[in-house]
Design a protein around this ligand. Structure first.
Ligand SMILES: Nc1ncnc2c1ncn2[C@@H]1O[C@H](COP(=O)(O)OP(=O)(O)OP(=O)(O)O)[C@@H](O)[C@H]1O
Length: 490
């Protein structure tokens, strides 16, 4: 365990750079150090590693003050990758890495052991520099040089590793490779790591805890979600960020919010922009719309400029509907990465498109309703049969600026309105013989221009919620009546 106790220090005793810094790092833990330029991150590492003096406080390794270690003893405890290297360009990669073995030798290179050899070879392999071990550093790229210096620090086989921007110069693949490897060393071999990062997202992904420096002081220390708070980042960096979850890991990620004004002009989507083709309904917009949907293609949140509701034959069967739909979009001149698409068994000509407005703004609702597969969701557990095609696809396009909360509430409001329409039209679940709440494959899309009226909430008592409720209900009722008419039931 490394303990930093109330450390104050810097380059000049009369002007301490870091002040009263305290924290502990457990064995096998990775602590990421963040902070703006000049906040004292590198200075902190230099004071911890004894390169710079402290005027107050102490650094302890396993409860022993580092001042009591001999230089070689200390080097076996702690290895340092500095931010700026004294580039020994005339050395080969192997020679540079071998320098890391210095603390393990009695006299300079005279006792090169098998253990030294193995440590150098392993470190070169771990960092992927073994293939150019005999090349002089001057002939390597910045990233390759960086990895050689990391290899040197690893070859030192110290218990604690201090890294100053280890991913400097590295491409995304080498960033991942290096940090995966360091994480593995921490988890499997108990390597303790303190590393300076500029990239908050990488730090969040790979570190157990983060320490945020501000003007030489510790502003915050804790797990990534405790440190990467929007307000805290704004205070320290004077920069607005937005935090979002990593898609696979419980690690927050942040994205920069530019101060530059939005170049998009104010614009609205109108009903006339919808086109009904033979095989699909399409909407193409001038600017991307922020969208959340359960569509087949590009579900979830995103920004998209074209929207497709494709009619397929009742017998449509495909082992990979995602791929098939993607090539269909390409064939029909849609850019798949910029398009949300869903499928229906209802002919495109049966789509019902309506525009609704009140003082808050306007929305357009488009519904295709096929209810051959109607289900009462509260009785669905009684079913064993596989679903067949018969889907209600609902689009709600909103001229306004929604929060994420409103997007979610808009989905609930629209779903409730659809259920009410099913009730109104007495659409039955043929198996339970109760009123259906939808079909087993319904899809919903909410898309907003993100300019115009700010809509913080979209529940039924808000102006926008009222529009969605009325709009989805009335449009769905009409679509259901059309469906019945088409089936000759009315
Ligand atoms: N060699 C030096 N002599 C005197 N002062 C220095 C020296 N190096 C840095 N400083 C000062 O110490 C302060 C902190 O610098 P430090 O390098 O620790 O910041 P940092 O957080 O690592 O910044 P960066 O993100 O830019 O690498 C700065 O105000 C800087 O001017």
């Amino acid at each position: 365990m490394l303990t930093v106790e109330n450390i104050t220090g810097g380059y000049d005793a009369t002007r301490p750079i870091i002040q009263e810094v305290s924290f502990t790092v457990k064995k096998g833990e990775i602590l990421g150090v963040l902070g703006p330029n000049g906040s004292g991150k590198s200075t902190l590492l230099k004071v911890i590693s004894g390169i710079l003096p402290s005027t107050n406080g102490q650094v302890l390794i396993e409860e022993q003050n580092i001042k009591h270690f001999s230089p070689k003893e200390f080097a076996r405890k702690m290895a340092v990758l500095p931010q700026l290297h004294a580039h020994a360009f005339s050395h080969t990669v192997r020679e540079t890495v071998a320098l890391g073995r210095y603390p393990h030798q009695n006299s300079w290179f005279s006792t090169w052991s098998e253990q030294d050899e193995n440590a150098v070879k392993t470190a070169m392999k771990q960092t992927g520099v073994d293939s150019y071990e005999h090349t002089n550093l001057e002939f390597l790229s910045g990233g390759e040089q960086q990895r050689t210096f990391v290899a040197q620090a690893l070859a030192q086989q110290a218990d604690i590793l201090l890294l100053d921007e280890p991913t400097n110069h590295l491409d995304i693949a080498h960033q991942r490779q290096l940090l995966d490897m360091i994480r593995l060393e921490a988890v499997q071999n108990g390597l303790t790591v303190i590393s300076v990062f500029h990239d908050m997202n990488l730090a969040s992904l790979y570190c157990d805890r983060l320490l945020l420096m501000d003007k030489g002081h510790v502003k915050a220390i804790g797990e990534p979600h405790e440190v990467l708070k929007e307000k805290q980042i704004l205070e320290v960096y004077n920069t607005r960020v937005s935090s979002y979850p990593h898609p696979e890991l419980p690690k927050p990620q942040v994205t920069l919010m530019p101060t530059a004004t939005d170049e998009r002009e104010s614009y609205v989507v109108t009903k006339e922009q919808f086109k009904i083709r033979d095989e699909f309904v399409e909407l193409r917009t001038e600017f991307p719309l922020k969208t959340v949907s359960s569509a087949v293609h590009n579900a979830g949140f995103g920004w998209f400029q074209s929207f497709v509701n494709r009619a397929v034959d009742l017998s449509y069967m495909c082992s990979d509907a995602h791929e098939e739909l993607k090539s269909y979009l390409e064939q029909h001149d849609f850019m798949p990465s910029n398009t949300v698409a869903m499928m229906t068994a209802v002919a495109a000509k049966h789509v019902v498109i309506r525009e609704f407005s009140n003082t808050t703004g306007s929305i357009i609702v488009a519904v295709t309703a096929g209810v051959g597969n109607a289900v009462d969701v509260s009785r669905a557990h009684e079913r064993v049969s596989k679903p067949y095609i018969g889907t209600i696809n609902t689009w709600v396009i909103i001229n306004g600026k929604l929060t994420e909360e409103s997007f979610m509430q808009a989905m609930i409001t629209a779903t409730e309105a659809k259920v009410k329409a099913m009730q109104q039209e007495e659409i039955m679940d043929p198996i339970s013989n109760t009123i259906a709440t939808g079909t087993s494959t319904d899809s919903l899309l909410i898309a907003a221009t993100q300019n115009g009226t700010f809509m913080e909430y979209a529940g039924p008592i808000t102006d926008i919620g009222k529009l969605i409720g009325q709009g989805v209900y009335e449009t769905t009722v009409t679509a259901l009546q059309d469906y019945k008419r088409a089936k000759g039931r009315l």
